[in-house]
Design a protein around this ligand. Structure first.
Ligand code: CO
Ligand code: CO
Ligand code: CO
Length: 321
């Protein structure tokens, strides 16, 4: 889209320029639409769980903007001649269950015959125009809270290689299919300055987007990042998704890495996540209470993982042990 003319409209509150989670369009002074779409190939073999994960992932971008999802539409690519229709039915059932759990309504969708299975949803939500949370707006002194452990990409790679234990697979399914709804509801009460969800660019990549959009320098404490149980072991075995290297190379010039940070920690920081947690930048006097409330709401992995240490015109991240 970089080479195409920019869309400008007085009601367009968040467009594509800042790599934000969703587009936001103002309907009136009290109400704005939040719109997003996401779809991908399966990360687990079980079609029902794949459907749940894909839906939780698509809904997450609305939660990351501080919004409430209202409607959703399926988008499906399916090899109808090669695969049983029951598989498709299970995927759609998983997606529908998650949409219902989110309190949203499935209103339709579109499918095409395709050699490679892909599934996801387009989600529309609402937000108050004065309550929109973007990845810009982080302030010097803010604490950063992450609400889910990282490692889904590494575990999904182990699953693909038939090396994942049943426990690791169960944890992947549990973490990736958890909605970010409660995290978002607790978060908005503490009026964070910025928020995004962690997906394909990994924790490091999405924090860099936040640093750039907010024009700040972020210090990320590698040792404080919550990690899925077996992700570290699989990473040490070299089960690193290809996307991880791409993001690491992309971020290299603007990320300062302390020599004490282990290389396996970097593999986890740049691991592409599917349906990852929210990361919010929140005023230091509210961070501890917000964290306690998140834990009280059952978001047990939530942790303070770093802080905003200064201004920086083009955005910067320091990774420290
Ligand atoms: Co997002
Ligand atoms: Co997205
Ligand atoms: Co159609």
């Amino acid at each position: 889209m970089r080479d195409l003319p920019r869309t400008k409209h007085p009601n367009l509150l968040v467009g594509i320029e800042t790599s934000d989670d969703a587009g936001v369009y103002k309907l009136n002074d009290d109400l704005a639409l939040v719109q997003t779409i996401d779809f991908f190939t399966p990360i687990v073999d079980d079609p029902y769980h794949f459907g749940r994960i894909a839906a939780a992932n698509a809904l997450s971008d609305v939660y990351a903007m501080g919004g409430k999802p209202l409607t959703a539409m399926n988008i499906v690519c399916f090899p109808i001649k090669q695969m049983s229709k029951d598989i498709l039915k299970d995927i759609l059932r998983g997606g529908l269950d998650k949409v219902n759990e989110a309190g949203a309504v499935l209103v339709g969708g579109h499918s095409v015959d395709d050699q490679e299975l892909k599934y996801g949803l387009s989600v529309t939500g609402i937000v108050r125009p004065d309550g929109i949370l973007t990845n810009g707006g982080a302030k010097v002194g803010d604490q950063l809270i992450l609400t889910k452990p990282v490692g889904t990409g590494i575990i999904a790679t182990a699953v693909k290689g038939k090396l994942a234990s049943q426990e690791a697979l169960d944890e992947l399914i549990t973490v990736a299919s958890t909605l970010n709804d409660r995290a978002s509801q607790v978060m908005v009460e503490y009026e964070p300055h910025a928020c995004t969800d962690i997906t394909g660019f990994g924790l490091g990549g999405h924090l860099l987007e936040m640093a750039r959009a907010s024009e700040v320098e972020i210090s990320l404490c590698a040792g404080k990042i919550p990690i899925m149980s077996s992700a570290r072991d699989y990473a040490l075995m070299g089960l690193i998704p290809a996307g991880s290297y791409a993001t690491k190379n992309f971020c290299e010039h603007v990320v300062e890495i302390s020599p004490e940070v282990e290389s396996v920690q970097l593999d986890l920081i740049f691991d592409p996540q599917t349906s990852g947690g929210l990361v919010m930048s929140i005023s230091p006097d509210r961070a501890e209470t917000c964290l306690e409330r998140l834990k009280g709401a059952g978001i047990l992995s939530a942790a303070i993982i770093g802080e905003v240490t200064g201004s920086h015109s083009s955005g910067r991240i320091n990774i420290v042990p």
